[in-house]
Design a protein around this ligand. Structure first.
Ligand SMILES: Cc1cc2nc3c(=O)[nH]c(=O)nc-3n(C[C@H](O)[C@H](O)[C@H](O)COP(=O)(O)OP(=O)(O)OC[C@H]3O[C@@H](n4cnc5c(N)ncnc54)[C@H](O)[C@@H]3O)c2cc1C
Length: 294
């Protein structure tokens, strides 16, 4: 592995200034489970690795009824998966985080790294999209909020400029009485990247003819994870068997998968349909079992 200098700034401002000064030579480092692998394989050759994970507040997880959930970008995926507040109120995210790698990988890997690595198959992203997450970004001495769907711009690409650092993810409280599934298909069950990931969130919605609202997002089948709004719209009208099938087919048409060494585009498309159908059915079963007052 090519030698690099390890830098550990104490504040966001210090880290950001260093990144601007060494634009193109320095790489932010949180858990390192993507950065170190890319560096070891020679795919990237940073002169400086800038470790931000000990910067105060970057690992905090907090909740407020009005502002919702805030997760520091350097919170590990295990911290996300076991957080009592996330499990209680944002269970979809905990479920998605738990599918990533192994326990050991999740002990280092961070939620911010999972997002900023911008892999189309990043498992937290479909869950974060249906939960309506915002990304908070520090840069130029101030922090600004960017909706996650515009933050991710392509495979390996984000809207981050030189010196920008993702500081936290903010998630509003999801609709009351919701049920969810994150269904992931890998080549093997354990510690594998998603060939397809489908996140489904369903909730009672009195104004809709079907009585329910649904949010659906697809991972690993487009340049970034994407919402499937046309499939969601089908379920506004009805959630009978025909509507579920139509929604699954519509999600499949929304996907833009590629063929690669891990799976063909045709297989991925078929699996989007199958997993979306299964996700909607299972979410509906859970919703039907919930007491009416939830
Ligand atoms: C064995 C193994 C299995 C894996 N399995 C999965 C899997 O099943 N699903 C999955 O989604 N991923 C998987 N991964 C990939 C990886 O673990 C995750 O993407 C992880 O969340 C990356 O987090 P990290 O903190 O290690 O990121 P790092 O490697 O530290 O950083 C990743 C990228 O994000 C940038 N970055 C990090 N933090 C910030 C920040 N706060 N602001 C701006 N830029 C930042 C870095 O510069 C780098 O470009 C796996 C990796 C391994 C090694």
């Amino acid at each position: 592995m090519k030698k690099f200098d390890y830098v550990k700034p104490k504040t966001l401002a210090e880290a950001s200034t260093f990144m601007i000064k060494h634009d193109g030579e320095a790489r932010l480092y949180a858990g390192g489970t993507d950065v170190l692998i890319l560096t070891r394989s020679g795919f990237i050759t940073p002169q400086y690795i800038v470790d931000i994970k000990e910067i105060p507040s970057l690992r905090d997880i907090s909740f407020d009824e009005t502002a919702g959930l805030s997760i520091g970008a350097a919170a590990t995926l295990n911290a996300v998966a076991i957080s009592p507040i996330i499990r209680e109120k944002f269970g979809l995210l905990a479920e998605a985080a738990e599918t990533i790698g192994s326990y050991q990988v999740r002990n280092r890997a961070t939620i911010g790294g999972n997002i900023c690595n911008a892999s189309p198959s990043a498992d937290t992203v479909p869950a974060l999209l249906v939960l309506g997450a915002m990304a908070w970004v520090f840069g130029g001495g101030e922090e600004k909020a960017v909706p996650l769907d515009t933050f991710l711009t392509g495979p390996g690409e984000t809207g981050l400029g030189p010196g920008d650092i993702l500081t936290s993810i903010q998630i509003p409280l999801p609709p009351a009485g919701n049920a969810y599934r994150y269904l992931k298909l890998g080549r093997v069950r354990a510690a594998d990247l998603a060939l397809v990931g489908v996140a489904v969130l369903g909730f009672p919605q009195a104004g809709n003819p079907s009585g329910y609202g649904f949010r659906i997002a697809l991972g690993a089948v487009a340049p970034t994870a994407i919402r499937a709004p046309k499939a969601e719209a089908v379920l506004v009208e009805s959630v009978d068997a025909e509507a579920i099938e139509k929604a699954a087919r519509t999600a499949m048409r929304t996907a833009r998968p590629i063929s690669d060494v891990r799976a063909s585009a045709e297989y991925r498309s078929a699996m989007v349909r199958a997993l979306t159908r299964r996700g909607i059915k299972e979410v509906l079963e859970d919703l039907h079992q919930m007491p009416n007052d939830q």
